[in-house]
Design a protein around this ligand. Structure first.
Ligand code: ADP
Ligand code: MG
Length: 297
């Protein structure tokens, strides 16, 4: 008999009609298929365990249904989170919990924890992290970025060099508009390591275009080893630097980190590193800092 003409007791709006045991059996056999069609993959995969647990806890039907749905919701949320983390391109995993505030007394823990709530992302504000190499700027960028993603915001991590390289290339290829739109898209754009190398004025101008594109639309979290009053050297043009700073700092939180490199502190502790007599333990303070080797970052 064709399926459509079958007398069916499948649930209707009014509830399930008195079902023939055979009919119920047919539905049970089709359960896997129905769960797939409804894209309830987690329930499909965990069904036996979920039902056993519901029975063990003696849940009533409504409770059991809620229990089973919760498994699907948790799994979907986990998937969304891991996809968003992948899209964000964080270079490694760092968290706010993993940040030792005692190691960096110039940072006010309350201020960072407040930034961890991501209200600034909701408001489209910017955060500028300033400080010498090794003091935890990238760590905080990744940790704050992860907090933002966990709260459902889109984020993208990039380095200043990568970003500017991509913009310069796009301009040469006539695809600048597309690239700018791409970098304008995430709610939070994280730009790491501005200032390690000075930029050509043309690159500074492209950077300005990006910042003004994002201005009051999405947040920028940017880190630099150079204080902002040296940014005209970074951008190779005073006017462009002033225009960038004007937009970046308008609605912004600036965190200035002073102190020793955490990397060198760790090395000193393990006895691998002894500071040179009279030398600063933080390479590059006050001068143009050398780029950090990738494996140390
Ligand atoms: P920066 O970006 O300022 O050069 P990083 O964030 O790359 O510094 O820090 C260098 C390394 O030291 C990273 O592995 C980072 O996780 C770690 N680190 C820095 N500061 C702290 C801190 N206060 N607590 C825990 N780890 C830290
Ligand atoms: Mg860094």
């Amino acid at each position: 008999m064709p399926r459509t003409t079958q007398k069916t007791s499948a649930p209707t709006r009014g509830g399930m009609t008195a079902a023939e045991p055979a009919e119920i059996q047919r539905l049970v056999e089709d359960l896997d298929g129905m769960l797939s069609r409804l894209r309830l993959g987690a329930i499909r995969e965990q069904l036996d365990g979920l039902l056993e647990e519901a029975a063990r806890r003696q849940l009533n039907l409504r409770e059991a249904l809620a229990w089973i749905c919760a498994a699907e919701v948790a799994s979907k949320e986990q998937r969304r989170l891991s996809m968003a983390m992948t899209i964000a391109h964080f270079p490694f995993v760092r968290t706010l919990e993993g940040f030792e505030f005692e190691a960096q007394p110039s940072i006010e823990p309350g201020k960072i924890r407040d930034l961890g709530t991501c209200r600034w992302v909701a408001n489209g504000d910017n955060v500028v992290l300033l400080g010498p190499p090794g003091v935890g700027k990238t760590h905080l960028e990744v940790a704050l970025g992860r907090e933002a993603v966990a709260r459902g915001y889109t984020a993208q991590f990039t380095t200043a060099m990568e970003l500017i390289g991509a913009l310069v290339k796009a301009q040469q290829q006539g695809t600048l508009e597309m690239r700018l739109a791409q970098y304008a898209k995430p709610k939070l754009l994280i730009i790491d390591e501005l200032g390690y190398l000075p930029l050509e004025p043309e690159a500074g101008h492209l950077f300005f275009q990006l910042i003004s594109r994002r201005y009051e639309q999405g947040s920028v979290l940017i880190s630099s080893n150079r204080p902002v009053d040296e940014w005209d050297e970074v951008f190779g043009d005073q006017v462009v630097a002033a225009a960038i700073l004007d937009r970046l700092l308008h609605h912004s939180h600036v965190v200035t980190i002073r102190g020793d490199s955490y990397r060198l502190r760790e090395k000193r502790r393990s006895g691998l590193f002894r500071p040179q007599a009279g030398g600063s333990s933080s390479a590059g303070i006050g001068g143009v800092a050398p780029p950090i080797p990738a494996e140390e970052v």
